[in-house]
Structure formats: C-alpha cells, structure tokens
Ligand binder design. Structure first.
Ligand code: FE2
Ligand code: FE2
Length: 257
C-alpha cells in the first residue's frame, strides 16, 4: 500500500476539526478558541462571533465554566487549582520535597512548589515571569521574586552551591543554544539582588528527572501553603488582586470574552 503522509495528516486534522465541530453541537453552548490556542497549531486566526452563531443556531456563547473541564468549586483555593487545572504536579511536588528535606526555609519550599505553575497551568514560554505574576499578590515578595528569577538563573552555573548547567538542557536545546541577551541581563541583575540565593535554591532543588518511585503528595504542603499563601476569601480568581484575572482565565479558559 502506498502511503501519503501529507494526505494522512490532512485527514487526521480534518477528523479533529470534525470531532470538535461534533462536540460543539453536543454541548448546549458555543465554546470558542482564543488566538493563542490557534497559534499553538501554527495559525494566527480567530473565528468571529456572527460566524459562530450562524453555525450554531439557537445557542449562546459560553461565558463561564467549560463543561468539558474538571468542575471547580464556587470559591477555589490554590489546592483546587493543583487538583483541577495543573496538567502535572509531580515535578513541583518533587522539587518542593527536595527543598523540604534539605531543611530550607518554608518560603523557599513554597517557591519550589510553585516555581513552574506557569508551565503546568498556562504557558511554557516565559513561565517564570507568568508564574511570579500569578502569585505576587498572595505571597511574600521573596517568593515571587525567586520564581521570576529562576527563569534566567537556571541557565547559569553557580559552583558555590554545586549548580551546573543542566545536562537535560543540552538534550532539549542542543549544545549550541545560548540564552537570549535579555535573559543574560536578567541573570546579571539577579546575581546582585538580595534574594539571589532564594532564586538560586529553586534551581538547586529543581528536579529534572522524574523519579517514578518518589512518593509525593500535595497534602504534605498544605500547612506551608496555609502559612505563606494568602488565600483570598472570595476564591482565587474571583478576588480583585492584580493577577486574579490570570487565575480566572485558567479556571474558565474558553469564555467568549
Ligand atoms: Fe522552571
Ligand atoms: Fe522546574
């Protein structure tokens, strides 16, 4: 049999589109994709409202919870996001466990626990910056500063604490990859900052290889979260902090507006 990979790909993507179309008809509301989601598929596109309405007569745009995603309670907490919106938590829990076993300050343990929430809930690119911004209103400035700075520091060795350039980065990015100039500049600024070592500890405890035997549990960290993460009484994402919209978007990512 002669196979045509290009045709197969086309068929597969057509099938995915059909499935999406089918699912949309099954749901009683119109679920939309933002430009960012489409850019992930290599398309700078957005479907306009009237076209969507015309294809879905009698239905309205989704303006709240997406019924396909895990249901969140009325007043979600950080732990709820861990359970319902973080695609993977093993790396975070292992890194925090590492920091806990090393006897580090609780604030650093929290920073390790949250350092990659940008990746697991939102977007990989610039994840340290996104993650720091998400938590900034709810944690001590040392914690969010450290999460932000780990974005740059992980590319640079610090022999004083035994941190070397991660071997996995050579595999990920190739041997010739060099960080962008803005990352180099960020690193140089961070080195002189009073919280440098807090951010450095994130990189030291960043566990790059997942150990399937390691026993990790978010419940081991509920006390530390309770002491160092200011949970808003309205629910995370429903309060009026400067980053609540980010949590809300993660809670309800497919709202029309
Ligand atoms: Fe990271
Ligand atoms: Fe990490």
């Amino acid at each position: 049999m002669i196979r045509n990979p290009a045709a197969e790909t086309k068929t597969l993507s057509q099938r995915a589109d059909e499935l999406e179309e089918h699912m949309m008809h099954e749901l009683d509301c119109i679920i939309t994709k933002s430009v960012l989601f489409n850019m992930g598929d290599g398309k700078v596109e957005i479907e306009n409202g009237p076209a969507l309405l015309a294809r879905n007569p009698g239905k309205f745009m989704l303006m709240g919870a997406d019924p396909r995603l895990p249901r969140m309670p009325e007043k979600p907490t950080l732990l709820v996001y861990f359970r319902c919106r973080f695609a993977s938590t093993a790396h975070l829990l292992q890194s925090a466990t590492h920091a806990l076993k090393a006897g580090l300050d609780e604030k650093i343990v929290l920073a390790c626990l949250l350092h990659d929430i940008g990746v697991v809930s939102f977007i990989r690119a610039d994840h340290g910056y996104w993650g720091a911004q998400m938590i900034e209103p709810y944690v001590d400035e040392e914690v969010s500063w450290a999460v932000r700075a780990h974005q740059a520091l992980r590319f640079f060795a610090d022999e004083s604490v035994g941190y070397t350039y991660p071997e996995i980065y050579v595999k990920f990015f190739g041997p010739h990859y060099r960080p962008e100039p803005f990352i180099v500049a960020e690193y140089e600024r961070a080195r002189k900052h009073k919280y440098y070592m807090s951010a450095r500890m994130i990189t030291v405890n960043d566990v790059y290889s997942f150990d399937p035997k390691a026993k990790v549990d978010i419940n081991d960290f509920t006390d530390i979260i309770g002491r160092h993460f200011r949970q808003p009484k309205e629910g995370l994402g429903l309060d009026n902090s400067p980053s609540s919209h980010m949590w809300r978007t993660i809670m309800w990512p497919t709202r029309f507006l």
